[in-house]
Ligand binder design. Structure first.
Ligand code: GTP
Ligand code: MG
Length: 331
């Protein structure tokens, strides 16, 4: 069992690294399964008269197709009284059907999933599918001949994206550089001025994308926690590498980038945040960029006027990540 003794740092308790790692492994498994699209068997868009306009099967789980047929044929009889936009679900055998109505357009959207699949994740996704259909697809039906598949290409791509799940963004950097302050700024919560070092890691959901569930992992940066970083980076899609922009910290941060992030097998999109630009010793992002060779952005995390910049930077990172993932899939 690995322990870190914190006595020398003024703490009088031991941190059990193995236990922290075990708990995080457990939470990773749970998160992975939450709304995992691989458990969604199929999705349908159905007209009020029962006609199936769109169906897409993911073939992830073997199911009793007749059960689906029976459910779909009976569906219109119990969606009639549903208020617009409401979502319901029903479990039948191993399957869970989640459905919602768009009364204005006379449409019903249905997900057929595994009964264990996360209810909230399914609700969020079916709502997004309904919105995307209303915004991007519905108008195309007016000129549709009822047969050609071309008009469905964009919608199908959107559905894939919506079902593709979770983006993990990690805030990585040494103690006191301002990661937790940035997380608070992103979430619009009050920014405490006093420094409370993060213990191990803090995980929060960020409401920033209509397509993905974005989870931010705020790493603890004090030296005693850095052995955790390699483990915590698993499954990360985007790293925001945070520096306090002093020369010393930029140099150490470069070492982290080269030895911990860049060495990983999986591709991680990395941006560097040059925080504490309000302080006199702050290096300019242009200069840091030349040293680190990753895109660098200026930040003053204690100043709420930087929030918009921070949010648009995260949106840009997510878009860039999604684009490069798609390109890799196509290659
Ligand atoms: N002057 C200035 N202070 C900042 C800025 N951002 C954060 N701070 C302060 O720096 C201190 C440390 O900030 P935290 O966000 O807790 O640092 P952290 O990176 O999360 O540190 P660990 O959790 O130990 O890894 C706090 O007192 C913040 O108020 C900034 O842009 N300018
Ligand atoms: Mg912190």
């Amino acid at each position: 069992m690995r322990y870190i003794n914190l006595k020398n740092q003024g703490y009088h308790k031991k941190i059990n690294l193995s236990k922290i790692i075990y708990n995080f492994k457990k939470s990773l498994v749970l998160k992975k399964n939450a709304g995992d699209p691989r458990l969604i068997h199929s999705i349908y868009v159905i007209r009020g008269d029962g006609e199936i306009l769109f169906e897409k099967s993911f073939g992830a789980i073997k199911i009793d197709e007749s059960l689906v047929s029976v459910f779909l044929s009976a569906l219109t009889s119990f969606t009639g009284a549903m208020p617009d936009g409401s979502i319901k679900s029903v479990v039948s055998g191993r399957l869970k059907f989640v459905y919602t109505v768009d009364n204005k357009r006379d449409l019903i959207h249905v997900f057929c999933a595994d009964k264990e699949d996360d209810e909230l994740g399914l609700h969020q996704r079916i709502k997004r599918v309904r919105d995307v259909f209303a915004e991007e697809q519905y108008a195309k039906l007016a000129t549709w001949d009822g047969k050609s598949r071309e008009i469905w290409a964009d919608f199908e791509a959107s559905v894939e994206k919506i079902l593709s799940g979770i983006i993990k963004i990690a805030l990585v950097g040494f103690g006191g550089v301002g990661k937790t302050t940035m997380l608070n700024l992103m979430r619009g919560t009050d920014v405490p001025i006093e420094y409370n070092p993060t213990i191990a890691v803090d995980v929060k959901k960020l409401d920033v994308s209509a397509t993905y569930d974005v989870i931010i992992w705020d790493f603890a940066g004090q030296e005693r926690y850095t052995p955790l970083w390699t483990f915590l980076l698993r499954g990360t899609n985007i790293v925001l590498l945070v520096t306090d922009s002093t020369v010393e910290n930029v140099v150490s941060t470069k070492r982290v980038y080269l030895n911990v992030i860049k060495k990983r097998k999986q591709d991680i999109l990395t941006y560097c945040i040059c925080n504490k630009q309000d302080l006199p010793r702050a290096m300019k992002p242009k200069l840091v960029e030349r040293l680190l060779n990753v895109p660098c952005f200026p930040m003053v995390a204690i100043n709420p006027t930087y929030r918009d910049e921070l949010m648009s930077l995260i949106t840009t990172a997510i878009d860039e990540w999604a684009r490069s993932t798609q390109q890799k899939e196509e290659a």
